[in-house]
Design a protein. Structure first.
Length: 196
């Protein structure tokens, strides 16, 4: 690490990635996270454990490069988001159970709660074949994240981008909360209707 700002960015990335695990949005070895520093990013390594990840485990990559060996399986997806969404300074990938469960049909997710409607309106759900995931996901997810704060890949998980790690984390947590409210509303048999 070259500077105090690099060190702070790396420390923040580890912190937010651990929070995804601590608050049930990922299991011990799932999801990934990155943050932008100028024309480079820090990204979590492939197969890393959130409980034991340290700053020295992170991988630094140029935004104009291809992901190096050892970087997250989704590294090229993260890089595509930074190229397509210049204001993005962070990308988080999580496996929130309610967000995944509520979108298994493949239909876009329409929030029923006030905050979900305010933040997201309708969240696009992508259906990407498992066998073609690493090939197709970078372009497809980046294209959606140009226009939306979050995207969901059916049966897989959530991608959120933000102007900071904190904002990407907010979108991730808010979406999971909206999905949980939608799940509880459906389970209780409540008809929501439109709210103004």
């Amino acid at each position: 690490m070259n500077s105090d700002s690099d060190q702070e960015a790396a420390a923040n990335l580890v912190r937010y990635y651990r929070w995804l695990r601590a608050y049930g949005l990922n299991d011990s070895h799932s999801g990934n996270a990155s943050c932008r520093i100028g024309e480079e990013i820090w990204i979590t390594p492939t197969g890393c454990c959130a409980d034991t990840l340290s700053e020295s485990d992170l991988i630094r990559v140029s935004i104009s490069a291809l992901a190096p060996e050892g970087a997250s399986l989704d590294a090229n997806l993260h890089l595509a988001v930074y190229r397509h969404v210049p204001e993005a300074m962070a990308v988080l990938h999580s496996h929130g159970p309610c967000s995944i469960a509520m979108t298994m049909s493949g239909e876009d997710f329409a929030a029923v709660d006030f905050e979900g409607r305010l933040y997201f309106g309708t969240v696009p759900v992508l259906d990407i074949p498992h066998a073609a995931y690493t090939e197709q996901s970078p372009e497809k997810v980046a294209r959606i994240l140009r226009e939306h704060r979050v995207a969901i890949v059916r049966g897989h998980g959530v991608y959120a981008r933000g102007r900071s790690l904190d904002q990407a984390y907010k979108w991730t947590c808010s979406l999971e909360s909206s999905a949980r409210i939608a799940w509880l509303t459906r389970t209780a048999g409540i008809q929501t209707g439109e709210t103004s």
